[in-house]
Design a protein around this ligand. Structure first.
Ligand code: ZN
Length: 435
């Protein structure tokens, strides 16, 4: 009998794993193990929890799917993903659509997965079912989502949804951009035949984001709802959230690597691969986002893939908006400009805390043995060949990275190593712990 199923010898400490859980941690662990990993020249980080991916399954696996999406996540050191309710068809807005997505993911996901449910007009009575099924949270759009099967909510609908969510102890995440402003500015430009990247940028200004954040915060204050603002693009947005939190509102926020590394000029240079909403901001706004990272709760990839044909349009307003990026969520953050401990908090510990996934998020005794072994000194340039997505395009192609994921381990089993993903998907469904 071995003491451990797996023993990892790290630079600072050893990690002993039994039955998929961390069983012993210490500077010089002794004991026998059926398998050993020598990581003495490498760093061991907690498995990344990417709380924002769109894998488009069921219904749109020609865009991505759990198999290719989760394999790319695993290659990037991610051990859990929370998958968004839209871009799959049907969208995840009731019990049946939830069950269909869960069944697909159980067969195909290489990483553990949580599922978001949608808050859309007319599905208030489905929220309890979704809660009982174990949704990680609810997602609503305050402006058009770009998907006809996932309509936005009005302020009154959002307020009612939040109230119901409070009673069900569910978190509500919103895409915060003002419908009134974005619609008006978009219409104006399209009528004038202005359809360049710059016109698109101008149609979704920071004011539209700030306006929607304020409205969402007011509703959260009224309804006592746990509010989460996804993909914040600028420091001014974070300031509003920090202020609301200080006054007692339960509000958290997420940003994404693309807002931290790219600017509006990059969107103009890169074009369709870099289209997202809210759009990329000025260099000054990007810097202010970095300066206020201490008030950000989580960093997620917002991996939102599509076939190239949906990107290939003259009119930039008609280009599919979504960045493929889940494979590099954490490695994009390892260049040393953000302290490593903060990167780990934002991509793992604070994600597990916010979504109440208590068994994950830390290398600690009794928790799931999810971790990534990383060479922080390795340098590499992202090439399209190295992308594991169904469609190998990403604005990060050509970018030089510091830090390479050598091995990813999920509940004690290697899911990525020696440059290859594992042969079999073993991802399991993850639900929030109820208090
Ligand atoms: Zn998204």
């Amino acid at each position: 009998m071995s003491d451990f199923d797996l023993l990892v010898r790290g630079r600072e400490r050893g990690i002993g794993i039994v039955d998929g859980k961390f069983a012993a941690l210490g500077p010089s662990l002794r004991g026998s193990a059926s398998e050993e990993i020598d990581a003495t020249k490498l760093s061991i980080l907690p498995g990344v929890i990417d709380a924002h991916v769109h894998f488009n399954e069921p219904g749109r696996t020609d865009w991505e799917g759990f198999e290719t999406g989760s394999r790319a996540s695993a290659a990037g050191g991610t051990t859990s993903v929370f998958e968004m309710p839209l871009n799959a068809h049907p969208p995840t807005i009731d019990g049946a659509s939830f069950d269909a997505k869960k069944a697909a993911a159980e067969k195909k996901s290489f990483v553990d997965f949580g599922l978001w449910g949608g808050l859309v007009p007319g599905n208030l009575d489905q929220l309890e079912t979704l809660r009982d099924r174990g949704v990680i949270g609810l997602k609503a759009f305050m402006c058009d989502s770009g998907m006809d099967d996932f309509p936005r909510v009005t302020m009154s609908e959002l307020g009612k949804g939040m109230k119901r969510a409070t009673n069900l102890d569910l978190l509500v995440a919103v895409h915060a951009e003002s419908q009134r402003l974005t619609e008006q500015l978009t219409k104006q430009r399209i009528t004038e035949g202005k359809t360049s990247v710059r016109d698109y940028l101008d149609s979704r200004p920071i004011e539209a984001e700030l306006d929607a954040i304020k409205c969402a915060i007011d509703l959260a204050r009224e309804t006592k709802c746990r509010l989460h603002i996804v993909h914040l693009s600028c420091g001014r947005g974070i300031a509003l959230i920090a202020e609301a939190r200080a006054s007692g509102v339960d509000v958290s926020c997420e940003t994404c690597p693309h807002y931290l590394v790219f600017t509006d000029a990059d969107m103009e240079r890169l074009g369709a691969v870099a289209k997202c909403a809210p759009p990329l901001r000025s260099d000054q706004d990007r810097q202010s986002l970095r300066d206020r990272l201490g008030d950000v709760t989580t960093i997620g990839s917002d991996h939102s893939p599509s076939p190239w044909s949906m990107k290939d349009r003259e009119n930039f307003f008609e280009v599919w908006g979504g960045i493929s990026g889940c494979q590099h969520l954490v490695t994009l953050l390892l260049d040393g400009s953000i302290p490593l401990e903060q990167v780990v908090d934002l991509t793992s510990k604070q994600v597990a805390e916010l979504f109440r996934v208590n068994q994950k998020g830390e290398i600690a005794i009794g928790k799931d043995a999810d971790f990534a072994i990383v060479d922080l000194n390795a340098e590499e340039t992202i090439t399209d060949d190295s992308l594991l997505y169904r469609h190998r395009h990403s604005p990060y192609v050509g970018r030089r990275l510091r830090g390479r994921v050598i091995q990813t381990v999920l509940r004690g089993e290697t899911i990525f190593g020696q440059g290859r993903p594992s042969a079999k998907p073993k991802g399991r469904f993850v639900r929030p712990n109820r208090t």
